[in-house]
Design a protein around this ligand. Structure first.
Ligand code: RTP
Length: 152
């Protein structure tokens, strides 16, 4: 099967990442790796919106605290496209608990606490599609990059 060079993932710099000035750093990592940016915006989501995004975790004891943290400031929402974007995005983020994230990953380089782990990345192609629809109902930007056809 031909590789899917159009796989998309939803990456979000969480409020602590925005507050600490890490938007540029995180964006640069995805850009330099070769992924294509097809949507980005700074947004202050509502509680209802965040509860929808994290609905699979609604029965977890940390859920109310996590929603409170996610409401503490704006988030930077992005869609990145490229080969194996979902899995590679998760590898670039590191483990959910930053203490288990290796150096060279975003969480491993910039975070210590699971409740302040700087960024989110979709964990499956199916969830990426749902999250992209939730965060970017207005649609995505379409364009070609000059070198794209030569890469794969
Ligand atoms: P995310 O959705 O934010 O990318 O995180 P993830 O897939 O790596 O981890 P997930 O299990 O989906 O957890 C979502 C977020 O909940 C917070 N959390 N807190 N206090 C705790 O034990 C705990 N466990 C998870 C984290 O902010 C995690 O990213």
């Amino acid at each position: 099967m031909a590789p899917n060079i159009r796989e998309r993932t939803y990456i979000m710099v969480k409020p602590d990442g925005v507050d600490r000035g890490l938007v540029g750093e995180i964006t640069a990592r995805f850009e330099k790796r070769g992924f294509k940016l097809i949507a980005a915006k700074l947004v202050s989501p509502t509680k209802q919106h965040l509860e929808k995004h994290y609905e699979d975790l609604s029965d977890k004891p940390f859920f109310p605290g996590m929603i409170g943290y996610m409401l503490s400031g704006p988030v930077f929402a992005m869609v990145w496209e490229g080969l194996d974007a979902v899995k590679t995005g998760r590898v670039m983020l590191g483990a959910t608990n930053p203490l288990q994230s290796g150096p060279g990953t975003i969480r491993g380089d910039y975070a210590l606490a699971v409740g302040r782990n700087i960024c989110h990345g979709s964990d499956s192609v199916e969830n990426a599609e749902k999250e992209i629809a939730l965060w970017f109902p207005e649609g995505l930007v379409q364009y070609s990059r000059s070198h794209e056809a030569k890469v794969y």
